[in-house]
Write a protein that binds this ligand. Structure first.
Ligand SMILES: Cc1cc2nc3c(=O)[nH]c(=O)nc-3n(C[C@H](O)[C@H](O)[C@H](O)COP(=O)(O)O)c2cc1C
Length: 259
């Protein structure tokens, strides 16, 4: 497939065939993945490949019981990782400046860039992926299951396997709402309404097409897509709770020495 066809055909895949991902295919996409840019070429990430059914069963709950955790043959967890680098610094008598939040951000960016390279390489090979936000939201539980040492934090992860569905491409906001020329051009209210106009209908219809979600939406009295996002999906309580989980885990993992 042409590179731009791969990018333009991206759809998150949540249903998978049971066929395993051959080792050589997995190796090829991971090798393509690590060609991603990284800060100072330090490559401060680790990729955990989980195929084992018992481990995936353990990950099912912290991944918020998403069926793809059990159904996809592979889970990939991309971790911010300064553990390896700090060990090397120590062995090389080099000062260690990487126990702080800036280091976490650098490593989290490295991990995320690699993940998207791997995702695109996988899609070019006919595989499907779906990211799981639970990777960061429940990073502490997932970190324990994956036996992560200090200075390693799960940041992004996705299911991987051969698609057993062929979903339609999801819409995107118009480019005029995403790209600014030269400096940030702030929006007037009408521009905001225009940017989200198509999304409001398509997103609403999509959520309403799932009987379980439809029932929740109708039962909660929400009236539009924006309200679905913040009354039902990303609530203040859940976001604050997940934020605290991440901050506590960063502290435990020795990434918060900012004084
Ligand atoms: C960081 C991140 C976390 C995500 N978490 C989930 C998730 O937990 N469950 C899920 O079904 N999809 C998840 N997604 C997939 C998005 O819902 C999806 O990318 C978006 O709706 C656009 O659809 P598309 O990828 O098919 O174009 C996540 C995507 C990203 C980038």
């Amino acid at each position: 497939m042409n590179f731009f066809d791969v990018i333009n055909n991206h759809r998150s895949i949540r249903r998978y065939k049971s066929d395993p991902v051959p080792d050589d295919v997995l190796h090829e996409i991971l090798e393509a993945g690590v060609r991603a840019s990284s800060s100072g070429n330090m490559q401060t990430y680790s990729i955990i490949v989980t195929r084992d059914a018992a481990l995936r069963q353990q990950l099912y709950e912290p991944h918020m019981e998403q069926s793809m955790v059990l159904d996809a043959p592979v889970l990939l967890t991309f971790c911010a990782d300064f553990h390896r680098m700090r060990r090397w610094l120590h062995l090389s008598d080099a000062p260690d400046n990487f126990d702080n939040f800036m280091s976490f951000m650098i490593a989290a960016i490295d991990a995320t860039l690699v993940s998207e390279n791997v995702a695109l390489a996988a899609e070019a090979k006919g595989l499907g992926i779906c990211y799981m936000g639970s990777t960061l939201a429940n990073c502490d539980q997932i970190g324990r299951i994956l036996k992560l040492p200090q200075n390693v934090v799960p940041v992004v992860g996705f299911s991987l396997g051969y698609p057993d569905e062929d979903p339609a491409r999801r819409d995107r906001l118009p480019m005029s709402g995403l790209v600014h020329q030269e400096t940030y051009q702030d929006y007037c209210d009408d521009a905001i309404r225009e940017i989200y106009h198509e999304r409001e209908t398509k997103g609403w219809n999509r959520y309403m097409s799932y009987p379980e979600l439809r029932q929740r939406i109708e039962g909660s009295g929400v009236e539009n897509l924006a309200q679905i996002y913040t009354v039902l999906k990303y609530t203040k309580d859940s976001h604050r709770e997940f934020a605290q989980t991440v901050l506590n885990y960063l502290q435990d993992q020795d990434f918060m020495n900012n004084e």
